[in-house]
Write a protein that binds this ligand. Structure first.
Ligand code: NAD
Length: 349
C-alpha cells in the first residue's frame, strides 16, 4: 500500500493511473479536491478496489494519523500542493497553508507512524517538488543541478522551497527516510487549462486569443507528464535516502516556440474551419511580475545513478498531448464548465 497525496490533480492522477496500470499494490489517494483536483481524472478507477480515495486535507493531523494507522503504507508520495504561480501572486495564503504547513503536518504524521515500525528502513517519504525553487537563469548559465542554491522568486516557489527544506530537515534531524525530486515544467493529459499548454490548445479551438506574457522568450524545460511519473517511480524504488534528484527532459524551449508548435500541430490535426492558421490568434500581454527568464534542468544524476531517461521528445510529447485534448473534449468541457463539481458533490454527498 502506498499513500499518494494530491492524486486527483494533474501529475498525481497520471501517477495513480500509471501505477495501477503496472502494479497491483493498492493506493490510498488523499486529496482535498481544490479547484485543481478533479475526480473525473480517476474515472477509469471507479469500482477498482486497489484505489481508495479519501477526500481530505494534508493539513488535517487527525485524519493523517487515522490513515497511517488504518492503511499502514510502505511509502508516501506527496504531490498535494497549490501549484499555480499566478494564483500565488494574487493570493499567497493558501500556498503557505498547504505547501508549508500541510507538508509539515504530513511529515509529522509520517514520522509518528514510521517511529513505530519494526522495519524502519523499508519506509519511504518521497516529496515531489519543482525546479522553480532554484530561481532564474541567465541565457548562458549552466542548468540547475542538485548543488544549485535555492533562490525562489514567487510565493509559489518560496513555499515549495520551504517544504523541501522541511523534508531535508526531517532526514537530518529525525532520520526519516526521505527523498525529494525537483522537476521541470510538465505537460500532457489531464492538465488543468489554466497552465500554458492546455490553455493554448483550449483557447485555440474556441477561437480565442492565445496569450503570451511579455516577449514570449521566457525559457522552460518541458517534460511529458508520463516521463515525470516514471522518474518518480524509479526514485521511489532506488533513490538514495536524503538525496534530491533533478528531473528534466533536456527540452529547453521559449514560450513563444511552445505556442507556435502547438498552433502548427493543431493546423495539421484539426485545421481552422475558416482556412486561417491558429498562429493568427497569438496575442502578447503584459508580463507577469517577477517572471523568471529561464529554467533548465541538468538531469545527469538521475540518469547516471538510477538509469532514468525520458521516453518522449518535446515534439512527440506535444503531438500526444494535442491528440489527447482533441480526443477528450468532454473532459475539458467538464473542467471548464464546472459541471464536474456537481458530479463530485453527488459522489461525496
Ligand atoms: N505541474 C508542473 O509542471 C510541476 C512541475 C514540477 C513539480 N510540480 C509539483 O508536483 C505536484 C503536483 O503538481 P500538479 O501540477 O499536479 O498540481 P495540481 O494543482 O494539478 O494538483 C494539486 C492537487 O493537490 C490537491 N491539494 C491541494 N491542496 C491540498 C491539501 N491541502 N490537501 C490535500 N490535497 C490538496 C488538489 O486538490 C489537486 O488535486 C506539486 O507539488 C507541484 O509543486 C509540478
Amino acid at each position: 500500500m502506498i499513500l499518494v497525496t494530491g492524486g486527483a490533480g494533474f501529475i498525481g492522477s497520471n501517477f495513480v493511473l500509471d501505477w495501477l496500470a503496472d502494479h497491483d499494490e493498492p493506493v490510498v489517494n488523499l486529496d482535498a479536491l481544490t479547484y485543481a483536483g478533479n475526480l473525473n481524472n480517476l474515472r477509469p478507477l471507479e469500482g477498482d478496489p486497489r484505489h481508495i480515495f479519501v477526500h481530505g486535507n494534508i493539513g488535517d493531523a487527525a485524519l493523517l494519523s487515522d490513515l497511517f494507522t488504518r492503511h499502514k503504507p510502505r511509502a508516501v508520495v506527496n504531490f498535494a500542493a497549490e501549484s499555480h504561480v499566478d494564483r500565488s501572486i494574487h493570493g499567497p495564503e493558501d500556498f503557505i497553508q498547504t505547501n508549508i504547513l500541510g507538508t509539515f503536518r504530513l511529515l509529522e504524521a509520517a514520522r509518528a507512524y514510521w517511529g513505530g515500525l519494526e522495519n524502519k528502513s523499508d519506509f519511504r517519504f518521497l516529496h515531489v517538488s519543482t525546479d522553480e525553487v532554484f530561481g532564474t537563469l541567465g541565457a548562458d548559465d549552466p542548468a540547475f543541478n542538485e548543488e544549485t542554491s535555492y533562490r525562489p522568486n514567487s510565493p509559489y516557489s518560496a513555499s515549495k522551497a520551504a517544504s523541501d527544506h522541511l523534508v531535508r530537515a526531517y532526514f537530518h534531524t529525525y532520520g526519516l527516510p526521505v527523498v525529494t525530486t525537483n522537476c521541470s515544467n510538465n505537460y500532457g493529459p489531464l492538465h488543468f487549462p489554466e497552465k500554458l499548454i492546455p490553455l493554448v490548445i483550449h483557447n485555440a479551438l474556441k477561437g480565442r486569443p492565445l496569450p503570451i506574457y511579455g516577449d514570449g522568450m521566457q525559457i522552460r524545460d518541458w517534460l511529458y507528464v508520463k516521463d515525470h511519473c516514471s522518474a518518480i517511480r524509479r526514485v521511489l524504488e532506488a533513490g538514495r535516502l536524503g538525496e534530491t534528484y533533478n528531473i528534466g527532459g533536456w527540452n529547453e524551449r521559449a514560450n513563444l516556440h511552445v505556442v507556435t508548435t502547438l498552433c502548427e500541430v493543431l493546423d495539421e490535426l484539426q485545421p481552422r474551419s475558416d482556412g486561417k492558421k491558429y498562429g493568427e490568434q497569438i496575442a502578447f500581454v503584459a508580463d507577469r511580475p517577477g517572471h523568471d527568464r529561464r529554467y533548465a534542468i541538468d538531469a545527469r544524476k538521475i540518469e547516471a545513478e538510477l538509469g532514468w531517461r525520458p521516453a518522449e521528445t518535446f515534439e512527440s510529447g506535444i503531438r500526444k498531448t494535442v491528440r489527447w485534448y482533441l480526443d477528450n473534449a468532454d473532459w475539458v468541457e467538464n473542467v471548464t464548465s464546472g459541471s464536474y463539481r456537481n458530479w463530485v458533490e453527488k459522489q461525496y454527498a
